[in-house]
Design a protein around this ligand. Structure first.
Ligand SMILES: C[S@@+](CC[C@H](N)C(=O)[O-])C[C@H]1O[C@@H](n2cnc3c(N)ncnc32)[C@H](O)[C@@H]1O
Length: 302
Protein backbone atom coordinates (compact mmCIF):
# COMPACT_ATOMS: atom_id res chain seq x y z
CA UNK A 1 0.00 0.00 0.00
CA UNK A 2 1.38 3.42 -0.96
CA UNK A 3 1.48 5.92 1.92
CA UNK A 4 1.27 9.68 1.45
CA UNK A 5 4.18 10.67 3.70
CA UNK A 6 3.10 14.31 4.00
CA UNK A 7 -0.40 13.32 5.08
CA UNK A 8 1.08 10.78 7.52
CA UNK A 9 3.25 13.54 9.03
CA UNK A 10 0.27 15.87 9.34
CA UNK A 11 -1.99 13.30 11.02
CA UNK A 12 0.72 11.96 13.33
CA UNK A 13 1.93 15.39 14.46
CA UNK A 14 -1.59 16.77 14.86
CA UNK A 15 -2.11 13.99 17.34
CA UNK A 16 1.31 14.47 18.98
CA UNK A 17 0.74 18.21 19.41
CA UNK A 18 -1.59 17.52 22.38
CA UNK A 19 1.12 15.80 24.42
CA UNK A 20 4.36 16.83 22.70
CA UNK A 21 5.87 19.15 25.34
CA UNK A 22 5.21 16.80 28.25
CA UNK A 23 6.29 13.70 26.30
CA UNK A 24 9.67 15.21 25.47
CA UNK A 25 10.08 17.25 28.67
CA UNK A 26 10.18 20.51 26.70
CA UNK A 27 10.51 23.64 28.81
CA UNK A 28 10.65 27.34 27.99
CA UNK A 29 12.82 29.18 30.50
CA UNK A 30 16.13 31.02 30.80
CA UNK A 31 18.10 27.75 31.09
CA UNK A 32 16.64 26.38 27.86
CA UNK A 33 16.92 29.78 26.18
CA UNK A 34 20.67 29.66 26.84
CA UNK A 35 21.01 25.98 25.84
CA UNK A 36 19.27 26.49 22.50
CA UNK A 37 21.33 29.62 21.77
CA UNK A 38 24.56 27.75 22.63
CA UNK A 39 23.55 24.84 20.37
CA UNK A 40 23.46 27.21 17.40
CA UNK A 41 26.57 29.08 18.57
CA UNK A 42 28.52 25.82 18.35
CA UNK A 43 27.49 25.66 14.72
CA UNK A 44 28.14 29.36 14.10
CA UNK A 45 31.55 29.11 15.76
CA UNK A 46 30.81 32.39 17.58
CA UNK A 47 28.08 34.52 19.16
CA UNK A 48 24.52 34.28 17.84
CA UNK A 49 23.92 37.41 15.72
CA UNK A 50 20.99 39.80 16.10
CA UNK A 51 18.29 38.62 13.63
CA UNK A 52 15.63 40.88 12.13
CA UNK A 53 13.42 38.24 10.54
CA UNK A 54 13.69 34.65 11.72
CA UNK A 55 11.69 31.76 10.25
CA UNK A 56 11.43 28.40 11.99
CA UNK A 57 10.36 25.54 9.70
CA UNK A 58 8.64 22.51 11.26
CA UNK A 59 8.28 24.61 14.41
CA UNK A 60 6.29 22.02 16.37
CA UNK A 61 5.33 23.57 19.71
CA UNK A 62 8.13 26.16 19.31
CA UNK A 63 10.95 24.57 21.30
CA UNK A 64 13.90 26.19 19.54
CA UNK A 65 12.28 29.36 18.14
CA UNK A 66 10.48 30.45 21.28
CA UNK A 67 13.46 29.65 23.49
CA UNK A 68 15.68 31.74 21.17
CA UNK A 69 13.18 34.61 21.45
CA UNK A 70 13.47 34.43 25.26
CA UNK A 71 17.04 35.76 24.85
CA UNK A 72 16.71 39.54 25.23
CA UNK A 73 17.11 41.58 22.04
CA UNK A 74 18.18 38.62 19.87
CA UNK A 75 15.22 38.28 17.47
CA UNK A 76 13.09 41.18 16.15
CA UNK A 77 10.38 39.24 14.29
CA UNK A 78 9.67 35.53 14.69
CA UNK A 79 7.81 33.58 11.99
CA UNK A 80 7.01 29.89 12.34
CA UNK A 81 5.40 27.25 10.16
CA UNK A 82 4.54 23.59 10.33
CA UNK A 83 2.62 21.06 8.26
CA UNK A 84 0.47 20.27 11.32
CA UNK A 85 -2.19 22.82 12.31
CA UNK A 86 -2.22 21.23 15.79
CA UNK A 87 1.48 22.07 16.19
CA UNK A 88 0.97 25.63 14.87
CA UNK A 89 -1.82 26.16 17.44
CA UNK A 90 0.35 24.75 20.24
CA UNK A 91 3.21 27.09 19.24
CA UNK A 92 0.91 30.13 19.27
CA UNK A 93 -0.50 29.09 22.67
CA UNK A 94 3.01 28.67 24.12
CA UNK A 95 4.07 32.08 22.72
CA UNK A 96 1.03 33.75 24.33
CA UNK A 97 1.79 32.16 27.69
CA UNK A 98 5.40 33.39 27.44
CA UNK A 99 4.35 36.89 26.37
CA UNK A 100 6.15 36.50 23.01
CA UNK A 101 4.97 37.40 19.51
CA UNK A 102 4.97 34.79 16.78
CA UNK A 103 3.49 34.94 13.32
CA UNK A 104 2.70 31.25 12.77
CA UNK A 105 0.87 29.42 10.02
CA UNK A 106 0.42 26.02 8.43
CA UNK A 107 2.90 25.62 5.57
CA UNK A 108 4.90 22.73 4.16
CA UNK A 109 8.67 22.95 4.03
CA UNK A 110 8.77 21.69 0.44
CA UNK A 111 6.40 24.47 -0.64
CA UNK A 112 6.95 27.40 1.72
CA UNK A 113 4.15 29.95 1.68
CA UNK A 114 6.53 32.96 1.92
CA UNK A 115 7.98 35.35 -0.69
CA UNK A 116 11.51 35.06 -2.11
CA UNK A 117 14.40 36.62 -0.15
CA UNK A 118 12.28 37.32 2.95
CA UNK A 119 14.28 36.09 5.98
CA UNK A 120 17.79 36.73 7.25
CA UNK A 121 17.75 33.39 9.05
CA UNK A 122 15.89 30.08 8.78
CA UNK A 123 16.15 27.50 11.55
CA UNK A 124 14.74 24.02 12.04
CA UNK A 125 15.02 21.34 14.70
CA UNK A 126 14.28 17.64 14.11
CA UNK A 127 12.41 18.29 10.88
CA UNK A 128 14.59 17.27 7.92
CA UNK A 129 14.38 13.54 8.72
CA UNK A 130 10.59 13.72 8.15
CA UNK A 131 10.86 15.23 4.67
CA UNK A 132 10.56 12.92 1.65
CA UNK A 133 12.38 15.25 -0.78
CA UNK A 134 15.44 16.79 0.92
CA UNK A 135 16.61 18.62 -2.22
CA UNK A 136 13.23 20.35 -2.65
CA UNK A 137 13.18 21.33 1.04
CA UNK A 138 16.67 22.84 0.90
CA UNK A 139 15.91 24.71 -2.32
CA UNK A 140 12.80 26.23 -0.69
CA UNK A 141 14.88 27.41 2.28
CA UNK A 142 17.39 28.86 -0.18
CA UNK A 143 14.58 30.73 -1.98
CA UNK A 144 13.16 32.45 1.13
CA UNK A 145 16.58 33.51 2.49
CA UNK A 146 18.06 36.92 1.68
CA UNK A 147 21.45 36.77 -0.12
CA UNK A 148 24.00 36.09 2.62
CA UNK A 149 21.23 34.67 4.83
CA UNK A 150 21.93 31.71 7.09
CA UNK A 151 20.08 28.44 7.62
CA UNK A 152 20.78 26.25 10.63
CA UNK A 153 19.17 22.85 11.05
CA UNK A 154 19.72 20.88 14.23
CA UNK A 155 18.60 17.65 15.86
CA UNK A 156 18.80 15.45 12.76
CA UNK A 157 19.83 11.82 13.38
CA UNK A 158 23.05 10.61 11.77
CA UNK A 159 23.31 7.03 10.47
CA UNK A 160 25.74 6.11 13.27
CA UNK A 161 23.59 7.81 15.91
CA UNK A 162 20.48 6.00 14.77
CA UNK A 163 22.17 2.59 15.18
CA UNK A 164 23.21 3.58 18.71
CA UNK A 165 19.67 4.82 19.54
CA UNK A 166 17.99 1.62 18.26
CA UNK A 167 20.42 -0.53 20.23
CA UNK A 168 19.73 1.45 23.45
CA UNK A 169 15.95 1.22 22.94
CA UNK A 170 15.76 -2.51 22.22
CA UNK A 171 18.22 -3.44 25.00
CA UNK A 172 16.31 -1.32 27.54
CA UNK A 173 12.93 -2.70 26.52
CA UNK A 174 14.16 -6.31 26.90
CA UNK A 175 15.75 -5.52 30.25
CA UNK A 176 12.66 -3.71 31.64
CA UNK A 177 10.34 -6.60 30.64
CA UNK A 178 12.69 -9.14 32.22
CA UNK A 179 12.98 -7.02 35.39
CA UNK A 180 9.19 -6.79 35.69
CA UNK A 181 8.76 -10.53 35.14
CA UNK A 182 11.18 -11.05 38.05
CA UNK A 183 9.00 -8.84 40.31
CA UNK A 184 11.45 -5.90 40.37
CA UNK A 185 10.72 -2.55 42.06
CA UNK A 186 11.13 0.91 40.54
CA UNK A 187 10.56 4.16 42.46
CA UNK A 188 9.73 2.21 45.65
CA UNK A 189 6.78 0.30 44.15
CA UNK A 190 6.54 -2.80 41.93
CA UNK A 191 7.57 -1.96 38.37
CA UNK A 192 4.58 -2.08 36.06
CA UNK A 193 4.09 -1.62 32.32
CA UNK A 194 1.80 1.17 31.06
CA UNK A 195 -1.37 -0.17 29.49
CA UNK A 196 -1.91 1.56 26.15
CA UNK A 197 -5.44 2.13 24.89
CA UNK A 198 -5.84 -0.33 22.07
CA UNK A 199 -8.61 1.34 20.06
CA UNK A 200 -8.24 1.36 16.30
CA UNK A 201 -7.46 5.07 16.08
CA UNK A 202 -4.58 5.02 18.60
CA UNK A 203 -3.14 1.87 16.98
CA UNK A 204 -3.22 3.56 13.58
CA UNK A 205 -1.51 6.71 14.91
CA UNK A 206 1.15 4.60 16.65
CA UNK A 207 1.90 2.80 13.41
CA UNK A 208 2.47 6.17 11.73
CA UNK A 209 5.35 6.91 14.10
CA UNK A 210 7.66 4.51 12.26
CA UNK A 211 6.43 5.79 8.89
CA UNK A 212 7.16 9.50 9.47
CA UNK A 213 10.82 9.01 10.47
CA UNK A 214 12.05 8.76 6.90
CA UNK A 215 15.78 9.45 6.97
CA UNK A 216 18.96 9.10 8.91
CA UNK A 217 21.79 11.18 7.49
CA UNK A 218 25.26 11.00 6.15
CA UNK A 219 26.14 14.68 6.89
CA UNK A 220 28.60 15.05 3.97
CA UNK A 221 25.91 13.89 1.56
CA UNK A 222 23.44 16.52 2.88
CA UNK A 223 26.11 19.22 2.43
CA UNK A 224 26.59 18.06 -1.16
CA UNK A 225 22.83 18.39 -1.83
CA UNK A 226 22.77 21.85 -0.19
CA UNK A 227 25.58 23.04 -2.48
CA UNK A 228 23.78 21.62 -5.51
CA UNK A 229 20.74 23.87 -4.81
CA UNK A 230 22.96 26.96 -4.59
CA UNK A 231 24.19 27.37 -1.01
CA UNK A 232 27.61 29.02 -0.99
CA UNK A 233 28.65 27.43 2.31
CA UNK A 234 27.49 24.05 3.62
CA UNK A 235 29.13 22.41 6.63
CA UNK A 236 28.14 20.36 9.65
CA UNK A 237 28.93 19.59 13.27
CA UNK A 238 27.70 16.77 15.52
CA UNK A 239 26.33 16.66 19.05
CA UNK A 240 25.34 14.12 21.69
CA UNK A 241 27.02 10.73 21.93
CA UNK A 242 26.98 9.20 25.43
CA UNK A 243 24.17 11.58 26.46
CA UNK A 244 22.00 10.38 23.60
CA UNK A 245 22.66 6.69 24.39
CA UNK A 246 21.73 7.21 28.06
CA UNK A 247 18.89 9.58 27.04
CA UNK A 248 17.30 6.82 24.92
CA UNK A 249 17.59 4.40 27.84
CA UNK A 250 15.83 6.77 30.29
CA UNK A 251 13.17 7.82 27.73
CA UNK A 252 12.41 4.16 26.93
CA UNK A 253 11.98 3.43 30.65
CA UNK A 254 9.67 6.46 30.97
CA UNK A 255 7.61 5.38 27.96
CA UNK A 256 7.24 1.82 29.30
CA UNK A 257 6.51 2.27 33.01
CA UNK A 258 3.43 3.63 34.79
CA UNK A 259 3.49 7.10 36.40
CA UNK A 260 3.74 5.66 39.96
CA UNK A 261 7.17 4.23 39.07
CA UNK A 262 8.47 7.56 37.78
CA UNK A 263 9.13 9.57 40.90
CA UNK A 264 10.23 13.20 40.98
CA UNK A 265 13.61 11.96 42.17
CA UNK A 266 13.98 9.72 39.10
CA UNK A 267 12.99 12.51 36.70
CA UNK A 268 15.40 14.95 38.41
CA UNK A 269 18.21 12.38 38.24
CA UNK A 270 17.60 11.45 34.60
CA UNK A 271 17.40 15.08 33.43
CA UNK A 272 20.53 16.12 35.33
CA UNK A 273 22.43 13.04 34.18
CA UNK A 274 21.55 13.93 30.59
CA UNK A 275 22.84 17.49 31.11
CA UNK A 276 26.08 16.27 32.71
CA UNK A 277 26.67 13.75 29.91
CA UNK A 278 25.98 16.42 27.28
CA UNK A 279 28.79 18.47 28.82
CA UNK A 280 31.04 15.39 28.74
CA UNK A 281 30.15 14.85 25.05
CA UNK A 282 31.22 18.43 24.31
CA UNK A 283 34.61 17.72 25.94
CA UNK A 284 35.01 14.54 23.85
CA UNK A 285 33.84 16.23 20.63
CA UNK A 286 37.21 17.60 19.44
CA UNK A 287 38.80 14.14 19.69
CA UNK A 288 36.20 12.05 17.82
CA UNK A 289 34.79 12.14 14.25
CA UNK A 290 31.68 14.38 14.27
CA UNK A 291 29.72 11.85 12.18
CA UNK A 292 29.83 9.42 15.15
CA UNK A 293 27.58 11.75 17.16
CA UNK A 294 23.81 11.21 17.33
CA UNK A 295 22.68 14.56 15.93
CA UNK A 296 23.76 16.42 12.83
CA UNK A 297 23.89 20.23 13.02
CA UNK A 298 23.85 21.77 9.56
CA UNK A 299 25.07 25.27 8.66
CA UNK A 300 24.15 26.74 5.26
CA UNK A 301 24.84 30.19 3.83
CA UNK A 302 23.20 31.65 0.74
C1 LIG B 1 10.00 15.93 15.60
S1 LIG B 1 8.92 17.29 15.36
C2 LIG B 1 10.00 18.62 15.84
C3 LIG B 1 9.23 19.84 16.28
C4 LIG B 1 10.09 20.97 16.80
N1 LIG B 1 10.90 21.53 15.76
C5 LIG B 1 10.92 20.50 17.97
O1 LIG B 1 12.13 20.41 17.84
O2 LIG B 1 10.37 20.23 19.03
C6 LIG B 1 8.85 17.46 13.61
C7 LIG B 1 7.94 18.57 13.15
O3 LIG B 1 8.06 18.69 11.73
C8 LIG B 1 6.77 18.90 11.19
N2 LIG B 1 6.78 18.50 9.78
C9 LIG B 1 6.83 17.26 9.26
N3 LIG B 1 6.82 17.29 7.93
C10 LIG B 1 6.74 18.60 7.57
C11 LIG B 1 6.69 19.29 6.33
N4 LIG B 1 6.71 18.64 5.18
N5 LIG B 1 6.63 20.63 6.35
C12 LIG B 1 6.61 21.32 7.53
N6 LIG B 1 6.64 20.72 8.73
C13 LIG B 1 6.72 19.37 8.77
C14 LIG B 1 5.87 18.06 12.07
O4 LIG B 1 4.52 18.41 11.98
C15 LIG B 1 6.48 18.30 13.44
O5 LIG B 1 5.91 19.39 14.09
Amino acid sequence: MEIDLRKANEIFHDCESRVYDSKWGILYDSENATRVKQKFEKLLGGPFPHVQKLLEVGCGTGYVGLNLCLNDGLIDEFYACDISQGMVDACVKNAKELGLNVCAKRSELENLDYPDSEFDMVIGHAILHHIPDIKKALSEIYRVLIPGGICMLAGEPTKAGDILGRFARSLTEKFVRLYISMGGYFGGVPAQLKVHEANEETQRIKQLESVVDIHTFNPSEVCRIAKSVGFRVARFEGEELISSFVGWITRTIENLLVEENLTFRWRYWSYNTYLKLSRLDEKLYPYLPSSWFYNMLLYLEK
